[in-house]
Ligand binder design. Sequence first.
Ligand SMILES: Cc1cc2nc3c(=O)[nH]c(=O)nc-3n(C[C@H](O)[C@H](O)[C@H](O)COP(=O)(O)OP(=O)(O)OC[C@H]3O[C@@H](n4cnc5c(N)ncnc54)[C@H](O)[C@@H]3O)c2cc1C
Length: 444
Amino acid sequence: MSEIPVPAARVPVQAEADVLVCGGGSAGVACAVAAARRGARVILLERWPMLGGMATAGLVTCFHRRDREKIVIRGLVEETVRRLDARGWIRLHVRNASVHETEWFEPEGMKVVWDAMLREAGVRIFCGLAAGEPILDGKRVRGVLADTKRGRRAFRATFVVDATGDGDVAAKAGLPFEYGRPTDGRVQGMTLMYALCGVDNERRRALPREERDAIHAEMLALARDGKLPTFNPAFNPCGAPNRWWLNMCAVAGSPLDEEELTRQTALARERVWQFVEYFRRRVPGYEQATVEQTAPSIGLRESRRFKGLCTLTREMVLGALKQPDALGHGVWMIDIHDPLGTGHTTWSDRDERAMVPPGQSYHIPLRMCLNDRIPNLSVVGRPASATHEAHASVRVMSHTMTMAQGVGTALALALESGRDPAQTDLPRLHRALKEDGVHLEDVP
Ligand SMILES: Cc1cc2nc3c(=O)[nH]c(=O)nc-3n(C[C@H](O)[C@H](O)[C@H](O)COP(=O)(O)OP(=O)(O)OC[C@H]3O[C@@H](n4cnc5c(N)ncnc54)[C@H](O)[C@@H]3O)c2cc1C
């Protein structure tokens, strides 16, 4: 790649804070709210016009809080659920205690709820502003640069948190990371979620089971012959009610290559219509069905995974390992969507060997968000330190929020004590998390 020189410049400081959170997805929101409620001055930068990341822009709308016997994820996740429910924005409470899924929410409601939680906590929010280069000073980061409409500006802070989903800030700061599965370096497949409307619910419900199954079998055969895009075989779309979000349009590619992402998103949009046109022709009740919206962003599951002070592994997840620096509990299975983009997922295999045993959960450790190079830079959410397999569990939103609430709390305590988060007084952190409603048991 050719290079050009960029002149050095003096950059005005736009804002200063104790904690600067880059990225306003589930992890960034939880981190910012937790730190601010405990007294830190917090700034949050989000590149999109709305908060929520995959939860809103990706139309990813399901929480997993149960260990298949009881709920073990509370804290800010539970508060979010309560607030959504109070406004009628929970579409489905999943009462079946033997599954992980607990609530399906309205993404539009989530935008409102998380915005309110941040504002009430006193967080300064800048949407439509991407965090750019980190400002490095020896072994510390002093903030980031961002290109605003008025030119380049600096955002300075004592602690910086990378919650960008892809770890953009941490990568530019030079932190080492892994990418993709060990066999071929590919990350999990992407999915363009979409909302279907215009379905006649009564006619859909009246469809006999055998006919639904026959349509499903026909779709699978067409996909095999290349006449429909491939999709997750465990998923029967004839069951989807009106205004539901469909998770059945998979593609593959790199979340770090904008040109490829553009291409894959366009391909996925085309595939959405291939499915919808098939439904209209073939499924009773779907004749008037149309696409209410495709997700503003293609759904990204996996990207960079940073090398932390502790790397979460498959054994820790499936062995329900407990950690001295626990931030909360994780329950989700090792759910890997085919990196080749066929739509197949290990979730559809229903293989207990990829699941944490019922009634058990693992601990999410603080050290998976910290590193040994830049002690005041934390990484939360999708890019936190985990193997390809363990990441496939800890990536879900209830888990990224639990992790990030813990880190935000640790940063507020670090400000009080004048130390870095790696020196956190763990009993004090655990008391604070419990005071703030986090479920935390069996800490060794
Ligand atoms: C199709 C699909 C289905 C899924 N299903 C489920 C499910 O059912 N339940 C579940 O819990 N999880 C599910 N997941 C996983 C889950 O959605 C994500 O792993 C989770 O949302 C990650 O949260 P995050 O905050 O780390 O990242 P994200 O949600 O990706 O948020 C990152 C945020 O950072 C912003 N950002 C990026 N770069 C910058 C920058 N430079 N400056 C400022 N902001 C920046 C982004 O715009 C975004 O808002 C699914 C994922 C996909 C793709």
